[in-house]
Write a protein that binds this ligand. Structure first.
Ligand SMILES: Nc1ncnc2c1ncn2[C@@H]1O[C@H](COP(=O)(O)OP(=O)(O)OP(=O)(O)O)[C@@H](O)[C@H]1O
Ligand SMILES: [Mg+2]
Length: 417
């Protein structure tokens, strides 16, 4: 019998020198995320070659040992297993540092939305939205509120599969009776009005609002309610788009803790339909309108969202973004921020170069003109015998202003105070 000799497995040279079972490129090269409590690194298992994301748990400044947010995130993720929830593989302690080890996904929604060339088709958007609400349906059925849904916390694989990440603010909630929870959750632009008005007895409808914000962002590539960071300016942004809520829209609004405090000075008219008529199809517009109902009780739950005609009737059908396989590089919020910074730096450099060039031409012109003017003056003196002078100045530098770098801030500044 012939003996089949399998080649001995070998570890690539750069990896064999790795101290860790998870090899990562040195320095900042492997960073794919820098969040509130630690960095996220892309790494590779040196034997299986599987890619992983290492989320470093920041221990600095922790007086009571392991940070509670990390404990919560780990405990919660251990209970969750779903196609649309990122898988926590293990927790690793290495050289006095602690990491959560996740399956790796090449992109997140912020990265994809800001990709310089790749654009999502209407079918892709529908497929991503479908996966988002399927994931949300699972979480809510399991009794979990995510409480930090936003584009950067939604991962997308290079074959177009979507998964929820960042369970640092998530928690189990009781469906049978209302408990009090903190209302200081959810990144403010994605925070629903009930939380902005101080509600502490809330449920899954808060995630539906945030998911609706992400849905809109997929179409417009920018946040729908970019407030200025305070609850008041955030409510202002929402009211300016959806109109000031009436008691008819939301009977319980008057009972909310900060209702009196947050009373708007003037009543705003609804702009939403006119602003978004051309962005969405009829069904998509109807769905978003329902998810943005002021009264959380009136918002559809994830299951109802998935039954909406936008998903089940209207064309095109959902289409998996398999084209992402051809996209080179990884696109997370981190890389897209880097790209923006790099573009700004280039624009600045170009501006400086242009200015220098203009200065040089100006100087040349001045010299040239100076000579000509001098000769003219001489001629005039010869012919008229009197003093002339005062030639015209070279062109002003105003052109430079037009090419000056514009700092693009994500935060809009036209909210009223
Ligand atoms: N499994 C993963 N695969 C690839 N990238 C990931 C993964 N997990 C997280 N990231 C990237 O790292 C970023 C930060 O991760 P995460 O949101 O979990 O951390 P965070 O510290 O809680 O951030 P923040 O609180 O600021 O939202 C994400 O926005 C995402 O781009
Ligand atoms: Mg995050």
């Amino acid at each position: 019998m012939k003996k089949i000799i399998k080649p001995r497995p070998t570890v690539p040279a750069e990896m064999s020198a790795s101290d860790s079972i998870y090899y990562r490129k040195p320095g900042n090269e492997s960073v794919v995320g820098a969040g509130t409590y630690g960095k996220v690194f892309k790494a590779i298992h040196i034997y299986t070659q599987d890619k992983v994301a290492l989320k470093k748990i920041r221990m600095e400044g922790e007086r009571d040992g392991f940070p509670i947010t990390a404990v919560r995130e780990i405990r919660l993720l251990q209970h969750l297993r779903h196609k649309h929830v990122v898988a926590l593989q293990e927790v690793m302690v290495e050289k006095n540092e602690c990491f959560m080890v996740f399956e790796y996904l090449s992109h997140d929604m912020t990265g994809l939305i800001n990709h310089p060339t790749f654009t999502l088709t209407p079918g892709h958007k529908k497929h991503l939205a479908k996966q988002m609400f399927e994931g949300l349906d699972y979480l809510h059925r399991r009794g979990v509120l995510h409480r930090d849904i936003k584009a950067a916390n939604i991962l997308i694989s290079n074959t177009g599969i979507l998964k929820f990440a960042d369970f640092g603010l998530a928690r189990f909630y009781t469906k049978s009776h209302q408990n009090d929870y903190t209302n200081r959750v959810i990144t403010i632009w994605y925070r629903p009005p009930e939380l902005l008005l101080g509600e502490t007895q809330y449920g899954p409808a808060v995630d539906i609002w945030s998911a609706a914000c992400v849905f809109v962002e997929m179409f417009t590539r920018k946040a729908i309610f970019p407030g200025e960071g305070t609850e008041l300016s955030q409510l202002d942004k929402v009211y300016a788009m959806l109109g000031t809520p009436t008691r008819n829209d939301w009977p319980r609004i008057v009972d909310l803790p900060w209702f009196e405090l947050m009373q708007p000075v003037e009543r705003k008219k609804r702009q939403f339909e006119t602003q978004y008529r051309d962005v969405f199809t009829t069904a998509a517009l109807d769905l978003v309108t329902k998810m943005f109902r002021y009264d959380p009780i009136k918002r559809p739950n994830a299951e109802e969202v998935l039954e909406h005609p936008y998903f089940v009737e209207e064309q095109p059908k959902p289409e998996q973004a398999v084209e992402l396989e051809q996209v080179s590089g990884d696109w997370h919020e981190y890389e897209s921020k880097q790209m923006r910074r790099e573009n700004e730096r280039r624009r600045k450099e170009e501006y400086v170069r242009e200015r220098e060039k203009r200065k040089a031409t100006e100087a040349g012109l001045k010299d040239g003109k100076g000579e000509a003017e001098g000769q003219m003056e001489k001629k005039q003196k010869i012919s008229a015998g009197g003093g002339g002078g005062g030639g015209s100045r070279p062109a002003s530098r105003e052109g430079g202003k037009a090419t000056a770098p514009t700092t693009t801030t994500a935060v809009g500044s036209h909210a009223r105070s």
